[in-house]
Design a protein around this ligand. Structure first.
Ligand code: FAD
Length: 160
């Protein structure tokens, strides 16, 4: 099986889009990520997966904390800034949640401390213990088959 076939298959799993943010020595760094999921309710745990070539990897190892910011439908540009899809440097203002940097206007801001890390192949999985959450009533940004999308309301199924 070649890499393209694997990537294509994985891209058929529709996801939201997050920006992972962390702070080391007063410098905030963000990275777009869709490898995110909820792990446990008690205790409240989530997982993110960071590639071995991402600058974010060593920064999260150092800070031992991160936030997950689930982007809103109008934040495609934010995703493109933090994935390097927009090349020119843009200034982004961060807010704070539980003392950690967060993206204003996100659907959800989730503040975490790293409780475990596991190297798996060319990625490292970080388990985050959730310490605080902030939610907004907004529509999410969607990523599917390599493209940004928006949710479409389904017509209710008519039962006869
Ligand atoms: P860089 O490439 O240095 O930073 C990323 C970009 O963010 C740069 O353009 C930088 O200028 C900008 N930036 C960082 N901090 C700031 C700041 N404080 N202010 C302004 N701009 C800033 N990779 C994964 O490892 N895991 C995933 O789950 C994942 N999911 C992805 C999902 C999508 C939809 C996309 C588009 C990409 C995904 N990627 C994922 C790829 C990842 O986002 C890129 O490879 C990214 O460039 C890696 O970031 P980096 O930490 O190496 O830092």
């Amino acid at each position: 099986m070649d890499d393209r076939q694997f990537r294509n298959a994985m891209s058929k799993f529709a996801t939201g889009v997050t920006v992972i943010a962390t702070e080391v020595e007063g410098q905030v760094h963000g990275m777009t990520a869709n490898a995110f999921m909820s792990v446990s309710l008690d205790p409240k745990l989530v997982v993110i997966s960071i590639g071995e070539r991402a600058r974010m990897l060593n920064l999260v190892k150092q800070s031992k904390s991160f936030t997950v910011n689930i982007l809103a439908a109008d934040q495609q540009e934010v995703s493109m800034i933090f994935s390097g899809q927009i090349k020119e440097a843009k200034e982004v203002q961060f807010g704070l949640l539980d003392g950690r940097p967060v993206i204003p206007g996100a659907v959800a801001q989730i503040s975490c401390e790293v409780s475990a890390e596991h190297v798996e192949g060319d990625h490292t999985l970080f388990i985050g213990k959730v310490t605080d959450i902030h939610l907004e009533e907004l529509e999410p940004l969607i990523f599917y088959s390599g493209k940004y999308r928006a949710l479409k309301e389904e017509q209710p199924v008519k039962l006869s």
